[in-house]
Design a protein around this ligand. Structure first.
Ligand SMILES: Cc1ncc(C[n+]2csc(CCOP(=O)(O)OP(=O)(O)O)c2C)c(N)n1
Length: 534
């Protein structure tokens, strides 16, 4: 006899799941019974928030949903922050939890791990949450989750299974996945209109967001065909090849980019919500005097914030392919696109805050030592700076929690997930001493999972960004100067290699040594000379 829990893991495997992140408890052990009969690997974090961040990092690098097994109650409340980050950045995540027995649901009898309603708790951070009240529901509900990941704006999905349903017989349930729909394509009439607008534009401009990642080839072809400068968001870094002549820069807080968006006769925005965190240290309202065309897989996104002239609901790749086909051969190629892009790009460094130079040097060393690295960032000063200029070699190679939900503690566990998705690439964690202390115990999970991530800690013994913000706003710094422990000793205690970089040359040596190791490395860079440039 196979239980519902055993069928679940078989179905997950059939949908292509190869890794599950979780901490088992008495309410979820029956999800584990069937695991050895599958090829699914289980990775154990030290906190459910870590499980969620690992799943997030895994999903961002692999493009597949990150899957978690979470216990009822405290496990669910612990993972909410990670679900919030994934929700904000449109990351596919499947959180499967237990819940108390069916006849006990919402009874308030003081059961172990009881919450009044887990569904209510996750409502703000999940696309949907479903309680599986009978094993027969399982195949359909899983298919709904995977259909959502395959064809709509990806976001976390929560499926909870009462402990009596997990152990109920699952015999006879189908073990094959349901055929899934592909993502939606565009309305041909809307594409024809977009082609007309873009073909007639003399100063076209593209804005690309995380939704453009699957369409990197098409974005490049379209930009070159139109001669259109391209502004990217943080999550679209790497979509345009590094150093491309049409790269206009990033961060829509900077006046030259805002002015270019306002004055362009046609702006095509692909897979971006024009989010507040793309306007650092803004935000300011954007204006578009010309035509604004938006392509997004989420119809609601097309009417949010401000009105656009031509909303197109579609997966970005299909829309851009159709647009490339629909553009007339005679389409005007903006002859000055390269010079417009260069003028914008070259105007930005003078606007950056002084510390960006410090972080340019720091991240330059990382990029030179590990050119093919994936850089997973927290919410810390080198990350805000790198968001302005860093150009990774490929998409899915620079992401961080300074965007969207903006939580601390993301980077280390997300990097473990990233390393599991791309074991052959170096994975570097960019994190402050404040953010690292949120999820420091995940060093143990990294050692245990044999994921040799390289943790580069920017140590200023403070919540540095907030200290500066308080000072800039005439508030005495309170609660921002930290007692930071000996991170090197702690990292060694966890079984990691650990060193403090003396200078940039030494940092390069430490990164090269870390790359060859089979265990994680922690490298500390103090926020002081020689790392702080005048
Ligand atoms: C969960 C959470 N709590 C508080 C904050 C507010 N916050 C944003 S940045 C920051 C400072 C982070 O300090 P650290 O990681 O050391 O990086 P630094 O600013 O020093 O570079 C804080 C407290 C946050 N983003 N997330």
């Amino acid at each position: 006899m196979a239980t519902c829990g055993e069928v679940l893991v078989r179905l997950l495997e059939a949908y292509g799941v190869d890794t599950v992140f979780g901490i088992p408890g008495v309410h979820t052990v029956e999800l584990y019974r069937g695991l050895p009969a599958t090829r699914i690997r289980h990775v154990t974090p030290r906190h459910e928030q870590g499980a969620g961040f690992m799943a997030d990092g895994y999903a961002r690098v692999s493009g597949k949903p990150g899957v978690c097994f979470i216990i009822t109650g405290p496990g669910m409340t612990n993972i909410l922050t990670a679900m919030g980050q994934a929700y904000g950045d449109s990351v596919p995540m499947l959180v499967i939890s237990s819940v108390n027995r069916t006849e006990q649901l919402a009874m308030g009898q003081g059961r172990l791990h009881e919450l009044r309603s887990q569904q209510a708790v996750v409502a703000g951070v999940a696309a949907f949450s479903h309680t599986v009240l009978h094993p027969n529901q399982l195949p359909e509900v899983l298919a709904r989750a995977f259909a959502l990941f395959a064809s709509t704006r990806p976001r976390p999905v929560h499926i909870e299974i009462p402990i009596d349903v997990i152990t109920a017989p699952g015999d006879g349930l189908p073990l094959e996945p349901r055929p899934l729909p592909g993502p939606p394509g565009p309305d041909p009439a809307a594409i024809a209109r977009a082609a007309e607008l873009l073909a007639g534009a003399t100063t076209p401009l593209l804005v690309i967001g995380g939704g453009a990642v699957p369409a990197a080839k098409e974005v490049l072809a379209l930009a070159e065909r139109l001669g259109a400068p391209v502004i990217n968001t943080v999550n679209a870094k790497g979509v345009l090849p590094p150093g491309h002549a049409l790269h206009a820069g990033e961060n829509m807080a900077w006046p030259p980019l805002r002015e270019a968006l306002r004055t362009a006769d046609a702006v095509l925005a692909i897979g971006t919500e024009f989010g507040e965190t793309e306007m650092y240290p803004g935000p300011l309202p954007l204006r578009f005097d010309g035509k604004l065309i938006r392509i997004d897989i989420d119809p609601e996104q097309l009417v949010r914030g401000f009105s656009c002239d031509l909303p197109i609901v579609s997966d970005s790749r299909q829309a851009l392919r159709a647009l490339l086909d629909a553009l007339p051969a005679s389409a005007l190629r903006s002859s000055d696109g390269v010079s417009r892009a260069r003028a914008l790009r070259e105007a930005l460094p003078a606007l950056w805050w002084p510390a960006v130079r410090t972080h340019q040097r720091l991240l330059g060393v990382v990029q030179e030592a590990l050119p093919e690295a994936i850089l997973v960032g927290d919410s810390t000063q080198p990350v805000y700076a790198g968001n302005q200029f860093f150009q990774p070699a490929a998409p899915r190679s620079w992401f961080n929690s300074s965007t969207g939900y903006g939580t601390l503690g993301y980077a280390l566990p997300a990097a473990v997930g990233a390393k599991l998705a791309a074991p052959d690439r170096p994975v570097v964690v960019l994190v402050g001493d404040g953010g690292l202390q949120y999820t420091l115990p995940e060093l143990a999970a990294a050692v245990e999972a044999a994921t040799p991530v390289i943790v580069l800690v920017w140590n200023n013994r403070a919540y540095g960004e907030i200290r500066t913000y308080m000072q800039d706003n005439g508030i005495a710094p309170i609660g921002v100067d930290l007692y930071t422990p000996d991170l090197l000793a702690i990292a060694r205690g966890y079984g990691c290699a650990a060193d403090r970089a003396r200078d940039h040359g030494h940092l390069a040596e430490l990164l090269a040594a870390a790359r060859g190791r089979e265990r994680p490395s922690l490298i500390e860079g103090m926020e002081e000379p020689p790392f702080v440039l005048e």
